[in-house]
Structure formats: structure tokens, C-alpha cells
Design a binder for this molecule. Structure first.
Ligand code: GLN
Length: 473
């Protein structure tokens, strides 16, 4: 991505020609990475970018094509959340992150495929059909930001935005061999992000390298008064060069290498840790006793918040309405039955149950207490180390049809990604090798809140030495 930014300035490369070439590739692609391509408006934006370049604008994002997950509102451009419920929804406003990107003259190339309402890990629950993994089109790109990950990996955009509630940026980044960052909760505005679980959702950048991710993160972060959970203070300046890793301590939680971890994944992640050691970092073992309850806590908290957030899709205020029914209740019932897919319904039922009188204390309240303990474990760990490292996902990309009927097994695969969401800390996934089939494997780094500078600096140094991120499907 940064290489292209340079060529826009030093060679005869024009953002208009580049966009046309990319759009052509997107139309010819059968990965189903995009739900909607942004044709004419994107070309206008590219023309404008060309003008800015001529005027000497030195912002690296000018003219670059950014793909946007389809749960981030784009004014005048359909935003579906991959749901029948919002299949024709055209937002009258831009999300805060989109406004920031447009101001920098980045080009929004299109809206990417995802699991319906960001609930899932496969992109298979999309009402627009599954996206496919560029490394093997018969496999899932992961999810829920699977379209964004596939688009980056297949070169159908320069970088992308995703959203991460329990791993939806990092898990598809891992499956598609790219770099993805879930920022600190509150560091990127959620204004204009369609809510799934508001206390966990964060928008974040996905790109080939940590450097590209850093540039995009720097562009979208910052305080926004329209998001009441937006943080006033952010992280220190983001480095654009790798950092010296001597003197850095990297903690490894023993339970990261527990049962159920694929052997190739374990081998590659251990090799990644050895690279960090070679670069001067100290790797130490840690115990984080409450992390094993992350999945259980998350699958109560996230559905509880989702059941409340999704109550607005009632056929009256937003989206789909089936109206030839006799009374209001029937209209609600018909609209929600037809508008939502199975996974979304499952979450609404789980969440409504967990919040109902008589069960609230036993489930939602208990899960919130566990969440506090997990955050405390992580805080204590960071008093002894600068970063935590481990696998992003216990497995590599699996077949498109696999696990569709086994939601529980799918939920369990989120074991490594969920803790960062529950604690609100930043976490990143980057490629660290390949399995026996040649499928990419991701290594996850976590840092204390607002320390994306350390997270990205360490990732850049790792990538400068390993170059796994440069291998293409
Ligand atoms: N796989 C998780 C879920 O299904 C994460 C989703 C997300 O981060 N949006 O809820």
C-alpha cells in the first residue's frame, strides 16, 4: 500500500487508472468479497485525489482504495450488514471513520461481505452468500470481516476496515495471511458502525503489513464527541519504523498452548516467539487463570447486548417491513422472521434469555463479574511484560461447509481473541508461517490499553525480519 502511495508521486501511476484496474479485478473475482462496489462515486473521488497529488498533498492515503466492511455506514452507498433486514438500506450519513478517510482523499472502493450483523467466524451467514478464501476458494476466509480480509489478501483493494467484537478482524486476518488490528476500545469512534455488542465493538484496519495498518489506524483514530465511549487521550505517536526489541518482555500464557491447538499452528507460533527472542526480546511464561472463561462470558454478554441493539429492526423504524399482516404483532413477527438469519435469531434468543427477570443475576451479571476478573488478569500480566503473544486462532482456514451446524465448536475457536475485547485492550494478528496445506497461520500480540505504538512497532520489526506478510496467495 505505501509502495503504491510512493509510486503515485514518483512514477506515472494515477489513482484513477489504478482504481479502474482494481474495479476490473473485483468484477472478475469469484471470491464474493464485496457486497457492493462503489463505481462512479469512487471514480470521482479518485479524480479528486489525482488533483490533490498534483497539488503536492503528502498524506500517504491520498488516492488509495480502501474497502469497508458493510456494517460501517457510507452516505449514499448501500450498507446491508449482510442481512435481508437491511438489504436496501442506504445511509443518509457517513460513519466518523469514513468522514476521516474522505477528508484525506482516500477512495472508498466498496462494501465488503461479512457474517450477518457481524455474528460469526466464517462469512457463511451472509445473506449474500459466503465469501471465499483466496488461498483456497473452497475454504472460509474467516469472519466476520471475511470479505475485507479476502479483498486485502487477493489484492482487490489497498487496505480495508473491519470491525472486531470478539475477534472478527484478527481471525480472518489469520485465515487470509494478512495483518489486522483491533484497537483499544474507545480509540476509534463507533459513530456510524451498526451496533452488535456496543461494549465490545471496535472498528480497525486490515492490510498486508503492520506499517500499512499503522498508517490506516493513525487516520481513523481520535476523539469523537458523537461516540459517548470515545476516549479523550489516545496512544503515543504511532511509529512507522520497527522498534528495538531488546529490553522488551513478551509474556506467553501457558493456556495458549492447550489442547485443541493444531500442531502446525503451535509449531509456527513457537517459531514466531523464537524470532522475537532472536531479536532481543525476553519471552516469559505467565498464568492468566481466568482467561479460560472468556468464551463463556462473551457468549452471554455479546448476545445480551445484541438482543437489545437488534430490537430496533421492527419493521417500523429501519429496513425491511412485511406489512400485509393484520396487526402490529404479526407485522413484527413476519418482518423479523424473514429479515434475520438463523445465527442472528440464535443470538437474540440467547441474549433475551440471559437478560430476563430471574436469570439476569445468574447469567448476565455473573458474566460481567468474570469479565472484570479477566481484565484484572491481563492488567496484572502487563505489570510483568510489555506484550502478550500467542496464536490468533487454534486452527487454519477450514472448508466452507464445515461447522455450519455446530455453533458451539465455532464459538470455542474464539478462545484467543475474545479476552482483548472483554478487557478493551488492543490486539493484532500477523502472519507467522503456513500449515502443511500452505494455509497461513496468524500470531496474535496484545498490549495494554492505548499502547498500539508498542504493538505496531514490535510487529513491524517482526515483519522486517520474517517477511511472511509478503507471501501472496
Ligand atoms: N466470532 C465472534 C462471534 O461470532 C466474533 C464476532 C465479531 O468479532 N464481530 O460473535
Amino acid at each position: 500500500m505505501l509502495d503504491k502511495a510512493r509510486r503515485f508521486r514518483t512514477e506515472d501511476l494515477s489513482p484513477v487508472d489504478e482504481l479502474e484496474r482494481l474495479l476490473e479485478r473485483c468484477r472478475a473475482s469469484d471470491l464474493n468479497a464485496y457486497i457492493t462496489l462503489n463505481g462512479d462515486e469512487a471514480l470521482d473521488a479518485a479524480e479528486q485525489a489525482l488533483q490533490r497529488l498534483d497539488e503536492g498533498d503528502d498524506d500517504p492515503l491520498v488516492g488509495l482504495a480502501i474497502a469497508v466492511k458493510d456494517n460501517i455506514c457510507t452516505k449514499g452507498l448501500r450498507t446491508t450488514c449482510a442481512s435481508r433486514m437491511l438489504a436496501d438500506y442506504v445511509p443518509p450519513y457517513d460513519a466518523h471513520v469514513i468522514r476521516l478517510l474522505r477528508r484525506k482523499n482516500a477512495v472508498i472502493i466498496g462494501k465488503t461481505n461479512m457474517d450477518e450483523f457481524a455474528m460469526g467466524s466464517t462469512t457463511v451467514t451472509s445473506a449474500f452468500g459466503p465469501a471465499r478464501n483466496p488461498w483456497d476458494p473452497m475454504r472460509t476466509p474467516g469472519g466476520s470481516s471475511g470479505g475485507s480480509a479476502a479483498a486485502v489478501a487477493a489484492g482487490l483493494c489497498d487496505a480495508a476496515l473491519g470491525s472486531d467484537t470478539g475477534g472478527s478482524i484478527r481471525q480472518p486476518a489469520s485465515f487470509c495471511g494478512i495483518t489486522g488490528l483491533k484497537p483499544t476500545y474507545g480509540s476509534v469512534s463507533r459513530y456510524g458502525l451498526v451496533a452488535f455488542a456496543s461494549s465490545l465493538d471496535q472498528i480497525g484496519p486490515m492490510a498486508r503489513s503492520a506499517r500499512d495498518v499503522a498508517v490506516l489506524f493513525d487516520a481513523i483514530r481520535g476523539h469523537d464527541p458523537r461516540d459517548s465511549t470515545s476516549a479523550e487521550a489516545g496512544c503515543p505517536p504511532i511509529p512507522l519504523e520497527g522498534m528495538d526489541l531488546r529490553g522488551i518482555t513478551i509474556g506467553v500464557c501457558r493456556s495458549f498452548f492447550s489442547e485443541g491447538l493444531d500442531r502446525d499452528v503451535e509449531r509456527s507460533v513457537r517459531h514466531g516467539l523464537a524470532v522475537f527472542e532472536d531479536l532481543g526480546a525476553k519471552v516469559v511464561d505467565m498464568d492468566l487463570p481466568h482467561l479460560r472463561y472468556s468464551v463463556a462470558a462473551y457468549y452471554l454478554i455479546a448476545p445480551a447486548e445484541a438482543s437489545s441493539n437488534l430490537a430496533r429492526y421492527d419493521g417500523v423504524r429501519y429496513g425491511l417491513r412485511l406489512c400485509d399482516e393484520r396487526d402490529l404483532m404479526e407485522m413484527y413477527l413476519a418482518t423479523r422472521s424473514a429479515g434475520f438469519g438463523d445465527e442472528v435469531k440464535r443470538r437474540i434468543m440467547l441474549g433475551t434469555y440471559a437478560l430476563s427477570a430471574g436469570y439476569y443475576e445468574a447469567y448476565y451479571h455473573k458474566a460481567s463479574q468474570v469479565r472484570t476478573l479477566i481484565a484484572k488478569d491481563l492488567r496484572e500480566a502487563f505489570s510483568r511484560c510489555d506484550l502478550l503473544a500467542g496464536p490468533t486462532v487454534p486452527v487454519t482456514a477450514f472448508g466452507l461447509g464445515e461447522m455450519v451446524d455446530d455453533p458451539l465448536s465455532l464459538y470455542l475457536l474464539d478462545i484467543y481473541t475474545i479476552p482483548a475485547n472483554l478487557a478493551g485492550i488492543p490486539a493484532l494478528s500477523m502472519p507467522c508461517g503456513f500449515d502443511g496445506r500452505g494455509l497461513p497461520i496468524g500470531l496474535q500480540l496484545m498490549a495494554p490499553g492505548h499502547r498500539e505504538d508498542v504493538l505496531l512497532g514490535a510487529a513491524m520489526t517482526f515483519q522486517d525480519h520474517t517477511r511472511y506478510h509478503e507471501v501472496r496467495p
